[in-house]
Design a protein around this ligand. Structure first.
Ligand code: SF4
Length: 177
């Protein structure tokens, strides 16, 4: 049997959704039996590869780098999963939206800095005007809300997708759960 190819991507999130992914514990071995993790913060892959069957995306789209990445991921992924409330609604990253980027930069790089305050003009990717959910930029196939979604929910969703079924998450998870 040919193994499926799965990936996880970390945009503007706290990594809590990835921690929940790891909380699947020994069930990760069950998934590893039927699928290869070809890209993730958890593995040493630098470039998002072609022909990925299922990609789980944590976090909102907040920077130019996030936007570039999610478009590339969409092009190269058959089933794109919006994982967690930040991906689905912008959630915590979206809390900056009413203030504008100047206030955010000033708070992060001037007001709270004692050594060499100043807004970086390299390495740190420029912010988009607001932090937005993934589906505002690309088509999302499956939404998995929760902050974070539980390991049980993630395992169920991924297992169903790898079996070629659409997971019914209505009784499994909810926003903020
Ligand atoms: S949904 Fe919650 S756990 Fe996941 S990245 Fe956002 S804040 Fe973190």
């Amino acid at each position: 049997m040919t193994k499926k190819r799965i990936a996880t991507v970390w945009l503007d999130g706290c990594s809590g959704c990835h921690m929940s992914f790891l909380d699947m514990d020994e069930r990760l071995l069950d998934l590893a039996a039927v699928a290869d993790l070809v890209y993730s913060p958890l593995v040493d892959a630098k470039e998002f590869p072609e022909n990925v069957d299922v990609t789980l995306v944590e976090g909102a789209v907040s920077s130019e780098d996030d936007l570039h990445k999610i478009k590339l991921v969409r092009e190269r992924t058959k089933i794109l999963v919006s994982l967690g409330d930040c991906a689905v609604t912008a959630n915590v990253p979206g809390m900056r939206n009413p203030f504008g980027t100047k206030a955010v930069y000033d708070r992060a790089y001037r007001e709270n800095v004692t050594f060499d305050p100043g807004i970086p003009d390299q390495v740190v990717p420029p912010l988009l005007p607001t932090s937005r959910p993934i589906h505002e930029f690309v088509t999302v196939d499956v939404y998995v809300p929760g902050c974070p979604p539980s390991a049980d929910t993630i395992y169920y969703a991924v297992s169903e997708l790898l079996e070629g079924r659409t997971p019914d998450l209505s009784l499994k998870t909810r926003f903020g759960a």
